[in-house]
Design a protein around this ligand. Structure first.
Ligand code: ADP
Ligand code: MG
Ligand code: MG
Length: 868
């Protein structure tokens, strides 16, 4: 059998339907489906995407069978419409429309009113009895064909030659809009258009309808490779080899008079989700007029009064379509002499807020199930709903404040109640306090996974990282962006989602959760198997996370507590001490502060588990590297600068990430970990006195051998015993480890003998498995992703193929020696939906992510549980 390249819109089995979007494109498949449902669709047919691929594979020629199949299909359309293509006595006019698998709005071409020449227009006048209308259609056709098919387009800055002639004509007749031009004027325009085509292109406008048809089909196929379409596919990751289908459809006319119209509408409000018809229309107009912006369309509700019958029909069709597609629809329609025609339908794009409301409403209306509702919302999109927003529509995650250039300044200003934006060339862990205090952070260097961006995301702070246009001069306390200069204290506003930096102040408001958001989250919680915890180091972050539904803390990084306020002094004193005695003296100052921190966190997480990681980073991160700050530190500690310099030099490491850090610190300076453990136990006893239930889980970082864990666990148990005896009370706690060194994953069975829980530290595990230093990966990773060497940045989405194997294997081996081993992950990946899916599959107990990602992880975990 010959290949089938042409499908009619119709009710027969052999014709198309909505499942055939790969072959017929989205528009064609849905037109066929609407015809199948018996909705009013102008007769027509689709040339498949295979014709397009054939066209490009064969030097822009068509398959041999095509022409006969097109002739036959036109015959069918003629029968249905009672008119003939190219017949002057009873002409049929057609539209030729693009339509890819996924909609590429406005990226490809459409030709309307095709099949006209001077002889045929005369016949059309006789048939319709409306000369003005016929010349309006003819004028539109020549203009569109000249532009789209023949390529007569204005060059830079030049005015469109057709629009120029049209304007002149309107001026001459003293009318504002083209529908007021008389028939004679339109007739003259047709001739003038043809002349300008001939003059500029040295080719004549084709009078033969068949030639017009194939010219238009070729133009649509060619538009698949137009600059616009290519760029759009690049941005949206649409494969270039899909090709577009072509829809040929008989014309219906919204421009036949005051009882005609054309419009676009959504079955629900795409920005709020409200269940209310939303759209626009224009009386006496054709499709392209709505977008052209010459006339302002009217809100759809006005149609109820102007064209009541058609409006009622349309509302009915909207209901039918929603019921059938079980989703909000985006539709195009035309009304010809009070009669409704449907020209397109598709699932409508919507904001995150609308997606949530529509999903929950549709489940309540029993249009979809709760499970389907959970699957309707893209977890990552929830991000839009969780951060403070500019007090204007559609700008999530934004902040305004006065510019400061140092972390100390940020803290000082914030303490006075001033909102500030911290502007840095790049940020380091030392800046953490300032970042916390600031409303937002702007950096000149770094990217999505840069320290600033990661930390900011964790705090729910707005951050624009790696803004290359910003040139900062710390000495002069100013930065330049293009021709603008911004000084310390000036107001700026930054938008973390778009990366925009604006001068001045834009008011923001806290994100408010809708009722529907709460409902969807409740359904998600009832569905998911994975628990969701949070990474939080302060009572404030813990509170936020709990409000977002966190079921405990999966990672409390104790080093962040070391930086705040005056504590850094005690930390530095400890580092500078020559011996254990000196270190212990300094640690004694730190202990009550840590204890207080833990008490605050236990209070916020009352009754929920709190995983506390003992000190992890290399000590050099706590000492200043710049001369000025070293001098300051010397003054504070009453020591010679040379001593400070010598210590800083001694702490220098070639690969600090692989150096003296994690449990290696605990092994070599046991007094540090011991102080932290005492603070944890004392805090949990104090909490109990206040009727707060503390459930500490002490986590040892960077374990690679069994002895590291055994020795440190023995120390922890000993401290627990001593404190228990001294305070005459029992202590409940667990001791576990991070699995972040590949070796630890490999010997997980042995490690699990002394670990009560595992937490995969997937940041370090990724770093060590790939051998990529995360902080240095900015120089090559983006290019790796661009070139497709890596599908994604493995620090953003867990590399399931490689790193994932270690997670799977580590979990299996660990549980082989300790059956009820609790396993979670706590890297950046804990809030990434694809990684959450993976964690569910592997059978982890929980994921832990930054507070603002908790709802995203809850929804993603529910979706993972629904995959069969
Ligand atoms: P796009 O994909 O850019 O939206 P379409 O193929 O949908 O392009 O065509 C644009 C507009 O042209 C439609 O919204 C409609 O108003 C008009 N149109 C297309 N086909 C017809 C037709 N057969 N009769 C009347 N108007 C049509
Ligand atoms: Mg359209
Ligand atoms: Mg780590």
């Amino acid at each position: 059998m010959a290949n089938k390249y042409v499908y009619l819109f119709g009710t027969r089995k052999s014709e198309g339907d909505k499942e055939m979007r790969n072959l017929l494109g989205g528009k064609g498949a849905n037109l066929a489906e609407m015809a199948r449902l018996g909705l009013p669709v102008p007769a027509g047919f689709t040339l498949t995407t295979e014709v397009c691929t054939h066209y490009y594979d064969n030097k822009k020629t068509y398959p041999r069978e095509l022409s006969a199949q097109v002739d036959k299909a036109i015959g069918e359309v003629e029968k249905k419409m009672g008119a003939k293509f190219g017949d002057p006595k009873n002409p049929l006019l057609l539209s030729v429309r693009s339509g890819a698998r996924v909609s590429m709005p406005g990226m490809m071409e459409t030709v309307l009113n095709l099949g006209l020449n001077d002889e045929i227009v005369a016949g059309l006048i006789k048939k319709s009895g409306d000369e003005r209308f016929c010349y309006d259609v003819y004028r539109r056709f020549v203009q569109m064909y000249g532009d789209v098919v023949m390529g007569l387009r204005p060059k830079d800055k030049e005015i469109d030659p057709f629009e120029h002639l049209l304007e002149k004509k309107k001026e001459k007749h003293g009318v504002e809009i083209d529908s007021d031009l008389p028939a004679t004027a339109l007739k003259e325009l047709v001739a003038e258009f043809k002349t300008v085509i001939k003059k500029r292109l040295k080719r004549s406008f084709p009078e033969d309808p068949k030639e017009q048809l194939y010219g238009s089909i070729g133009a649509v196929f060619s538009s698949w490779q137009g600059d616009r379409a290519i760029r759009y596919r690049e941005i949206e990751s649409i494969p270039h080899n899909w090709g577009t289908a072509v829809n040929v459809q008989s014309m219906v006319y919204g421009n036949m008079g005051e009882n005609c119209a054309t419009g676009v509408a959504f079955t629900r409000d795409p920005s709020t989700g409200q269940n209310k018809l939303y759209g626009e229309f224009l009386v006496n107009a054709q499709g392209e007029d709505v977008v052209a912006g010459i006339r302002t369309p009217e809100p759809i509700i006005k149609m109820k009064r102007i064209l009541p019958k058609a409006y009622a029909d349309f509302v009915k069709v909207c209901g039918q379509l929603e019921k059938h597609y079980k989703d909000m629809q985006d539709m195009e329609f035309t009304i010809q002499q009070s009669r409704l025609w449907m020209l397109q339908t598709r699932s409508g794009k919507r904001t995150a807020a609308a997606a949530v409301k529509i999903a929950v409403d549709m489940a309540s209306e029993r249009l979809i199930t709760r499970k389907e509702a959970i699957q309707r919302v893209n977890p990552s999109d929830l991000d839009q709903l969780l951060h403070p927003t500019f007090d204007a529509p559609a700008s999530p995650g934004a902040a305004s404040g006065k510019v400061v250039f140092s972390a100390e300044e940020a803290e000082a200003q914030a303490a006075k109640g001033e909102p500030v934006i911290l502007v840095r060339i790049e940020t380091s862990p030392e800046d953490i306090g300032g970042m916390h205090a600031a409303q937002g952070i702007l950096t000149a260097r770094g990217g999505m996974t840069s320290h600033a961006a990661v930390v900011a995301r964790g705090m729910g702070k707005c951050c624009v990282a790696g803004c290359g246009d910003v040139v900062i001069d710390y000495d002069k306390n100013m930065f330049k962006a293009g021709s603008k200069t911004v000084k310390k204290g000036d107001w700026i506003s930054i938008d973390g989602s778009s990366g925009e930096v604006m001068l001045g102040q834009t008011p923001t408001k806290e994100a408010k959760f809708s009722k529907e958001f709460g409902t969807l989250m409740k359904w998600a919680d009832q569905t998911r198997k994975l628990k969701v915890r949070t990474n939080a180091d302060t009572p404030h972050d813990s509170d936020v996370a709990r409000r977002f539904g966190a079921e405990g803390i999966g990672l409390c990084r104790t080093e962040h507590m070391f930086f705040e306020g005056d504590r850094i002094l005690a930390v530095r004193e400890m580092i500078l001490a020559d011996d254990e005695k000196g270190r212990k003296k300094a640690l004694a100052k730190l202990k009550p502060i840590q204890r207080k921190d833990f008490e605050g966190i236990f209070k916020a997480m009352d009754g929920l588990p709190v995983t506390i990681r003992l000190l992890d980073p290399p000590l050099h991160e706590f000492v200043p590297h710049e001369a000025a700050q070293q001098k300051e530190m010397a003054k504070q500690l009453k020591l010679p600068v040379a001593v400070i310099k010598a210590k800083v030099n001694a702490l220098h490491e070639f690969n600090p990430m692989l150096g003296h850090r994690g449990c290696r610190l605990g092994i070599t300076y046991p007094e540090i970990y011991q102080m932290q453990v005492e603070a944890i136990f004392e805090a949990s006893i104090n909490a109990r006195k206040k009727k707060i239930k503390a459930l500490p889980e002490i986590m040892i970082p960077l374990v690679g051998t069994t002895r590291e864990l055994e020795d440190l666990k023995a120390m922890i148990d000993r401290v627990a015993k001593e404190i228990s005896a001294k305070k005459k009370t029992k202590l409940s706690y667990q001791v576990g480890t991070m699995i972040e060194i590949p070796r630890a994953a490999l010997i997980a069975d042995q490690i699990a003998e002394s670990a009560q829980f595992f937490s995969f530290g997937t940041n370090d595990l990724t770093q060590l498995t790939f051998g990529y230093s995360r902080d240095d990966s900015g120089t090559f990773l983006p290019e790796y992703v661009d070139k497709g060497i890596l599908a994604e940045d493995p620090f953003q989405s867990l590399d399931q193929e490689g790193v994932g194997q270690l997670v799977r294997l580590g979990t299996e081996r660990g549980r082989s020696t300790r059956k009820n081993l609790k396993v979670g992950i706590c890297g950046e990946h804990g809030g990434d939906p694809a990684s959450v899916h993976f964690c569910h599959q592997v059978g982890l107990n929980y994921v832990s992510c930054s507070p603002y990602r908790v709802p995203i992880a809850r929804l993603a975990a529910a979706q993972a549980a629904l995959v069969k």
